[in-house]
Design a protein. Structure first.
Length: 247
């Protein structure tokens, strides 16, 4: 029997949706705009959205002109929400684990993945599987939690100025020790996997990809003025975002 997805836990799922519905959430402010910009034109293209969640990016790609977008996610509750709230004539949702990507027979012009890869242990296999389902010169754009963020085995700690309480740094531990991380988040213990930045890049290269862009987002002055907590991103980027193409 397949292990139940953490997002299919009712309490965890509801807590996550509440987080995403907040006006100032990092996904909508930082990560999603960069990913969408890197994807570029999808007019008349076929796209696979890997780890699509409830289809926020999936339907956005369809609305941008993609002729077919397949959204896959291991969570049944996410897929149900996507079908209900983000339908589109050119979108199809499927319950599927990323580890089973090689079972897909179709080819795609673009594969997109937003904040799912840090849940995958064997990224070498994943990137080979993505490469295998791309058309010639197909593109792969993905975001993941930054390795400086996933590294920590202890509770993440910020360094603050004792005089004014302002954040001046971030304490990172166990960066060089890759593997499982058990994280307390949204009231549950969840499993993620830490991979060094070099491991991520080398896994892409070994799969055959050619790197085109690597982004470690930092907030601009306006963002820090509007949402002061984003100043934290100057000390530890939350995301690693990469665009590459099939060699």
């Amino acid at each position: 029997m397949a292990k139940k997805a953490i997002y299919d836990d009712v309490k965890f799922f509801n807590n996550y949706i509440d987080l995403r519905n907040k006006e100032f959430n990092y996904n909508d402010m930082i990560e999603q705009p960069i990913v969408f910009d890197l994807i570029g034109s999808v007019q008349d293209k076929t796209v696979l959205d890997l780890g699509c969640g409830y289809g926020a990016m999936t339907v956005k790609l369809a609305n941008a002109g993609a002729k077919k977008v397949i959204g896959v996610d291991v969570s049944e509750k996410m897929i149900e929400k996507g079908i209900k709230e983000n339908p589109h004539a050119n979108v199809e949702y499927r319950v599927m684990a990323a580890e089973n990507l090689s079972e897909i027979n179709e080819k795609y012009d673009t594969v997109v993945s937003c904040l799912a890869i840090h849940y995958i242990n064997d990224i070498y296999k994943l990137f080979r599987d993505v490469y295998g389902i791309l058309n010639s010169r197909g593109e792969f754009v993905f975001s993941m939690e930054h390795p400086s963020y996933t590294a920590c085995k202890v509770s993440q700690k910020w360094v603050t100025d004792p005089e004014n309480g302002l954040v001046t740094g971030f304490v990172m531990d166990h960066y060089g020790e890759e593997g499982v991380r058990k994280i307390e988040w949204l009231g549950k213990t969840i499993t993620k996997y830490h991979h060094k930045t070099a491991t991520v890049i080398n896994a892409l290269i070994e799969a055959g990809f050619v790197l085109e862009k690597v982004v470690e987002p930092s907030p601009d002055k306006k963002m820090m003025e509007n949402v002061p907590k984003t100043v934290h991103e100057l000390h530890r980027p939350a995301y690693l975002i990469i665009k590459c193409k099939k060699g």
